[in-house]
Design a protein around this ligand. Structure first.
Ligand SMILES: Cc1ncc(COP(=O)(O)O)c(C=O)c1O
Length: 948
């Protein structure tokens, strides 16, 4: 008999946890140590923070029970410590959704505590804590008289192989569960590369709760005996999130007892689980009629098994994880590094050749390690592959990336998203095409448009003048621009729309809605979503829905349904009059437009994988979901890819993209969930701390998104819970990425740049990327730790104290110089008449202006004051090149654009250190007016005009 069994047999209420007793049964709360806190709710918290709650609860129990075990606290102290009870209660629900320990384990600890066997309780708690910390060596000496089962469990805990969890959904008895777990242990073989454990839950609700809270689950086994609703008392947030997730999937409406109904509920559950976590591997385990079920159900399940096929299931589970684990290029590169090869080719550093024998540069190898040099090679054979024409390891790695990101095709890019964007533009548009571009987008788009000879029609994002940056482009503006082109008879020229999702400051579009409504006006548009900052979003159920790839998939599925076709036909009646003329713009803007079922889904996304996920700097990807790929895009894409890709791509970047993909498939959900949760805890800490609250203000959706563009209306949805975030991310036109925290710092008395450099970096070594005059942007990412957040909070408190002190010390006679008010960020003025296409619509020939500006004789340098005078004389000076202040990082002037007083005002108060394309000593590069008009007329379309 184990100690707990012995304890149970002598306990008055055998087999039942004191925590499970009713309030009446508990009687006087002060009489029993463990039943002390009657009013506590059993609440596993918000799904996003369960991981933190779980780890804190176990750590706290260990700390408190250790004190009891060492005799430094007594039973009264335990009764008084409501935190112990709260932790046990929370864990009793949480552990149901995690493998290894489970509800019974937690209840047993409660019983041991009640029996006063603190030592045994501590042993059990210690086991969990060690497991959570990843320690294989217990930090407490173990009882020498452990039972066999306990010994087996401890040795399983110490198994260093990567571990995952498998969710089984079925109504089971405790003995069924024990048998299943024992069978799982029995099947474990020394040769297996991974080990897994079962989490067994009875109902569909519990299954959804488990996959939402426990990221270790990588596979689910559905057995048709599961029930529908949970018997657990879940937290409100978890309950609501489970309901939302389940409500999104339609299970069909066959009569309850029919065999079709049972197929529908199994499929409904599988669809729900797959929608939350597409990376989950789903199996069906059935008894009767397995052959019939196999036909009906394989759409969702990898395989259907009979119950007795445990070994087959075991092998399938391990095989699937080994597929996720596979890193074809990284593995090939390691093999290559280990092979003895002679280099009679380029690259002297290969195999350390020019380094290890050198007297002077040995420290290169010392610092990076020899492996870096062994992995440097220019070979494309011997197991490696060519990025330009991949057929082997690189091709396979790219295909796996497509699977991970939900794309049809993915391509690795070793020169950042700056290059990825140029590749996509060049693949899809050509001279004369109109591209609707967010003016506020990264400069690589502007450069790409210039290179292709396409004509940009700039879309203006809504400005956030109080903080000196932009938001995003409202859908109504995009639609209006398309309608304007239609009215001008030029809609056929509009080929592509490119937008930044999410923006640097975290404003996120609803790509599915944007694409659907735009396709309703022009059904063959192509979309390029610059998701440089959003690669991580593919790995969380709420953020994923706003990624371009997920949106494309949903849109394509929607277009195929009968309900969509019916809604489309119905709306057409309202949009067109009986003679086929479109109704007024107001109607088209007011309606949520429904695209024709034949509309084409042609979507591209570019990711700076390196910005938010594991990849070496510059490691980026292009993801494609294009229905017309083969016919329309594949060949031009490859030409464009060849144009911009180095023939010596960096192998270390490629292998980091490959192994980073492994990471996101196996633990992406866990990492992103943690990133969002830590960001929320940071913003909460600032909002709650009296000093921080006085000094800093976290900008919320209410500050960053005008009210007209949000329906849910909560300032920080995730702070209210995952369910509120889910609602906002489903309904609002724009949402804010919670992992980006913009803090308004005007009350510190210093500007954003000084705050960043002098205070955060120089004083405390804290690096942030972006500031504006009065804001600083903090980002959490998948590498952010709890300690890093704690350190940042500590630093902010120190800085707040310092700023308060500085304000207090300020001599009232020493008046602060009034700050020059920042003028609003100027909208795009217009292309000068020489470059504007028709002088009515906003597009123009930027490439012609650019190449003219590249000839010295066509331009002059003009200092700001003189330029201001010319503008005052109603002249229209024209920019010869791009002028891009960093930040904000997008061009304030592009070639061919009229320079206006607003642009000059803005530039004159800009406190940015870097302005690309502008030399303060020489002034602006301006096209000489006399050349401009005459030569423009002579220029063939899409080409630079001849030189004067
Ligand atoms: C929206 C956006 N797109 C593209 C890029 C360029 O990405 P990369 O640095 O990977 O070239 C950036 C860089 O900051 C960006 O913010």
């Amino acid at each position: 008999m184990t100690r707990i069994e012995a304890a149970r047999s002598s306990a008055p209420d055998e087999g039942r946890s004191p925590l499970a007793r009713s309030d009446e049964e508990r009687g006087d709360p002060t009489r029993s140590a463990v039943t002390g806190a009657t009013a506590l709710e059993r609440d596993p918290g918000m799904p996003t923070s369960t991981w933190r709650l779980r780890s804190d609860a176990w750590e706290y129990l260990r700390f408190a029970v250790k004190r009891l075990a060492l005799g430094s606290d007594d039973v009264e102290a335990l009764a008084a410590d409501s935190e112990i009870h709260r932790s046990l209660r929370a864990l009793e629900t949480i552990e149901m959704y995690w493998a290894g320990f489970g509800q019974r384990y937690v209840r047993d600890i409660g019983e041991l505590l009640e029996l006063g066997d603190y030592r045994a309780a501590l042993d059990r708690i210690g086991r969990v804590v060690n497991r959570l910390r990843g320690d294989t060596v217990p930090d407490e000496p173990r009882d020498e008289h452990l039972e066999e089962l306990e010994r087996a469990e401890l040795s399983a805990d110490a198994d260093p192989r990567p571990r995952f969890e498998v969710l089984v959904i079925d109504e089971t008895t405790p003995s069924d569960r024990d048998t299943m777990r024992a069978e799982g242990m029995r099947l474990r073989a020394p040769a297996d590369s991974f080990i897994y454990e079962y989490v067994i839950v009875p109902s569909a609700d519990d299954a959804v709760a488990a996959v939402l809270t426990n990221p270790n689950i990588l596979a689910c086994v559905v057995r048709p005996g599961f029930s529908d609703r949970t018997r657990q008392r879940l937290s409100r947030d978890l309950r609501e999130t489970v309901d939302l997730a389940r409500a999104e999937v339609h299970t069909g409406s066959a009569p309850a007892r029919s065999s079709l109904a049972s197929v529908q509920r199994v499929l409904g559950l599988a669809d729900t689980l797959a929608a939350i976590r597409p990376e989950l591997d789903l199996y069906l385990m059935a008894g009767a009629h397995i052959e019939d079920l196999a036909g009906a159900l394989t759409r969702r399940f990898r395989r259907v098994f009979r119950r007795e096929d445990q070994l087959e299931l075991h092998l399938s589970l391990l095989r699937r994880v080994s597929h996720l684990y596979d890193t074809p290029f990284f593995t090939a590169l390691q093999d290559h590094a280990r092979r003895p090869v002679g280099v009679f080719h380029a690259l002297p550093v290969a195999r350390g050749g020019s380094v290890v024998g050198s007297k002077w540069i040995k420290d290169l190898a010392d610092f990076y390690g020899l492996n870096l040099l062994l992995a440097e090679t220019s070979a494309t054979s011997g197991g490696l592959d060519s990025l330009l024409a991949p057929t082997g390891a690189i091709k396979k790695a790219q295909d796996l990336a497509a699977r991970a990101y939900g794309a049809k095709h993915s391509f690795f890019v070793t020169n950042g998203t700056s290059t990825a964007n140029k590749i996509v533009h060049q693949a899809l548009v050509g001279p004369g095409d109109v591209v609707m571009v967010d003016r506020n987008c990264h400069k690589s788009h502007h450069h790409a448009v210039m290179l292709t000879g396409a004509r940009p029609a700039y879309l203006e994002a809504y400005p956030l003048n109080d903080y000196a940056f932009y938001g995003a482009v409202p859908l109504s503006r995009i639609k209006q621009m398309l309608l304007d082109y239609r009215a001008a008879g030029r809609l056929d020229e509009v080929r592509m729309i490119t937008l930044t999702n999410c923006t640097f400051d975290g404003v996120v579009y609803d790509p599915e809605r944007v694409m659907a409504e735009c396709l309703a006006i022009k059904p063959d548009l192509v979309f390029l979503w610059d998701e440089a900052w959003f690669a991580f979003a593919a790995f969380h159920p709420v953020t994923r829905r706003r990624t371009a790839m997920a949106a494309a998939k949903r849109l394509q599925e929607r277009l195929r349904t009968g309900a969509h076709a019916a809604a489309y036909r119905e709306q057409q009646q309202r949009l067109f009059s009986s003679d086929g003329t479109p109704g007024d713009d107001e109607t088209w803007l007011r309606e949520r437009l429904i695209p024709a079922p034949e509309a084409r889904v042609r979507v591209y996304a570019t990711h700076s994988t390196h910005k938010t996920l594991t990849a070496l700097r510059q490691g980026s990807m292009i993801h494609v979901y294009d229905q017309d790929w083969v016919r329309e895009a594949e060949e031009p894409f490859h030409e464009a890819y060849m144009t911009h890709t180095s023939t010596s791509p960096n192998y270390q970047i490629l292998s980091s993209l490959d192994i980073g993909r492994r990471q996101v498939e196996l633990e992406g959900f866990e990492l992103v969930q943690r990133q969002l949760d830590l960001a929320t805890s940071l913003s909460q800490a600032i909002a709650r701390h009296p000093l921080l609250r006085r000094t800093f203000r976290v900008l919320t959706a209410h500050d960053l998104i005008p009210a007209a563009h949000r329906e849910v209306g909560r300032p920080m949805p995730l702070r209210d819970g995952l369910a509120t975030m889910w609602q906002a991310w489903t309904h609002d036109e724009f949402v804010v990425d919670p992992s980006r925290i913009t803090i308004e710092i005007s009350r510190t008395g210093v500007d954003g740049d000084t705050f960043k450099h002098e205070h955060l970096m120089d004083r405390y070594g804290i690096q942030v990327n972006k500031t504006s005059r009065n804001t600083v942007l903090f980002m959490t990412n998948i590498g952010t730790s709890r300690s890093a957040i704690a350190y940042l909070i500590e630093v902010l408190v120190k800085l707040a104290e310092r700023f308060e002190e500085m304000q207090a010390q300020r001599d009232p006679d020493d008046r602060v110089r009034p700050e020059t008010p920042m003028p609003p960020l100027p909208d795009f003025s217009a292309f000068s008449p020489g470059y504007a296409t028709d002088g009515v619509r906003p597009d123009g020939d930027m490439r012609a202006a650019f190449f003219r500006g590249q000839r010295r004789k066509n331009i002059e340098h003009v200092l700001p004051d003189e330029l201001r005078e010319r503008v005052a004389r109603d002249e229209q000076p024209v920019s010869a090149g791009f002028v891009t202040p960093y930040p904000p990082g997008f061009p304030v002037l592009v070639p061919g654009q009229i320079i206006t007083a607003e642009v000059l005002d803005f530039m004159s108060v800009l406190d940015t250190r870097e302005i690309h394309g502008y030399n303060a000593r020489r002034g602006y590069r301006v096209l000489k007016p006399q050349d401009e008009t005459a030569q423009q007329a002579a220029a063939p379309e899409g080409q630079a005009p001849p030189e004067s």
